[in-house]
Design a protein around this ligand. Structure first.
Ligand code: MN
Length: 280
């Protein structure tokens, strides 16, 4: 059995039990009969090498994104699950596997991070009950929170500062956006993965409805992260650009230089905010 995560591996999670066994690329020449996908809304998101080994195999698709494209031979989709970790927990129960302290720690991290530290709207009674059960089984909430939220390198905060300096607030405070450029990465000595928390900084502004972060992957490719607290469906907005996700958090990759992507996305975002306010 191999556990794969498409590159780049999230380095901030190296503390997780079993992380060192995760591979970025499948070993050469393997031809699996069965491939499980977890938390992957579509096949594209899983990286080309994973798609390649999955082409002959039976695919089991375990996910909670409402926009899941149901690419599996077997699709287990629970949009009400706060994290796929909860679905895995129930699968372990169902098939009679004990949840060890090690497994509990990994599943707790899934719940903690997918609920934004138990702050997003998907922080349901069930999520809290599952978290409590995992804590009883050996996950240490305080220790895990320190590892997840208080271990950022200085370069990450430097990048945050540079990106937030580009912040623009428009539409009487309803829309905020910012940019992360290759130049900022160089100046901060950071990699793009370190931009992960910036969108949540934007999303902390009082009265905000929509936050958008533009990430310059290269001269021809811009990624966007979107957070919504108002009537706009972030997943629907990102779907316009071939992306997807959740109502409150979504993303997309746009095959355009940063400046073009900014113009394009902001125009659509403003229309969406106006359309949403006319509905309510
Ligand atoms: Mn998830």
């Amino acid at each position: 059995m191999w556990v794969l995560i498409p590159p780049p591996l999230p380095e901030m999670y190296t503390f997780l039990p079993g992380f060192s066994e995760i591979l970025e690329e499948p070993p050469h020449g393997i031809d699996p009969h069965l491939v499980f996908f977890f938390d992957s809304g579509n096949l594209e998101r899983s990286g080309s090498s994973v798609k390649r080994i999955a082409s002959q195999a039976t695919i089991v698709n375990v996910d909670h994104h409402p926009s899941n494209s149901r690419f599996g031979d077997i699709n287990v989709i629970e949009p009400d699950a706060s994290a796929v970790g909860q679905m895995v927990m129930r699968m372990l129960d169902h098939f009679g596997f004990p949840i060890t302290a090690t497994i509990a720690t990994d599943l707790y991290v899934a719940l903690l991070t997918d609920t934004g530290g138990f702050r997003h709207e998907n922080t349901t009674p069930q999520a809290l009950e599952d978290a409590a059960r995992l804590a009883r089984l050996g996950a240490d909430p305080g220790h895990i929170a320190t590892l997840v939220y208080k271990m950022r390198p200085e370069t990450t905060l430097k990048l945050n500062g540079l990106a937030l300096a580009t912040m623009r607030v428009e539409m009487e405070g309803r829309l905020a956006w910012a940019k992360v450029t290759r130049g900022m990465l160089r100046e901060a000595g950071a990699v793009m993965a370190e931009s992960e928390g910036i969108i949540d900084n934007l999303n902390s502004i009082a009265g905000l409805e929509l936050a958008i972060l533009f990430k310059e992957v290269n001269a021809e490719l811009t990624k966007i992260s979107v957070r919504s607290r108002g009537g706009v469906d972030a997943a629907a907005l990102c779907a316009v650009f071939g992306g997807g996700g959740h109502i409150r958090a979504a993303g997309a990759e746009i095959d355009k230089p940063m400046d073009e992507a900014v113009k394009l996305v902001l125009a659509t975002a403003k229309e969406s905010i106006i359309a949403a306010s006319q509905k309510s």
